[in-house]
Design a protein around this ligand. Structure first.
Ligand code: FES
Length: 104
């Protein structure tokens, strides 16, 4: 495991999405309403358009490119089904958000 810092914990808010860079890779930290923050690869599994500018309403993330819809809690694609965002382990340490890209 190799956790690396990606942003300050104070930048995260429930119901919001925060884009970050981690080891040269673009990721998103998505904190769904009533859930916990999770880290995902920002590349949409459809055609790799960045989800950093996706439309997140606290429950569902819409890809702005072609409208694929992802569940904010699980990263599973709801429309169309059968796809999932690449998730990375996330932890908080010393006021920082850290992710482990090796475990993705
Ligand atoms: S790239 Fe995201 S829906 Fe097409």
């Amino acid at each position: 495991m190799a956790y690396i810092d990606v942003c300050k914990q104070s930048l995260l808010y429930e119901g919001e999405l925060v884009p970050c860079m981690a080891g040269g890779k673009e990721i998103i930290i998505m904190w769904p309403d009533g859930g916990q923050p999770k880290a995902y690869d920002a590349a949409c599994p459809h055609e790799k358009v960045s989800l950093a500018r996706g439309d997140f309403n606290g429950r569902i993330l819409y890809c702005i490119a072609h409208g694929w819809v992802f569940d904010g809690h699980s990263g599973k694609c709801l429309q169309p089904t059968g796809w999932k965002l690449q998730e990375y382990p996330l932890r908080m340490a010393d006021g920082m958000v850290q992710v482990d890209l090796d475990a993705g």
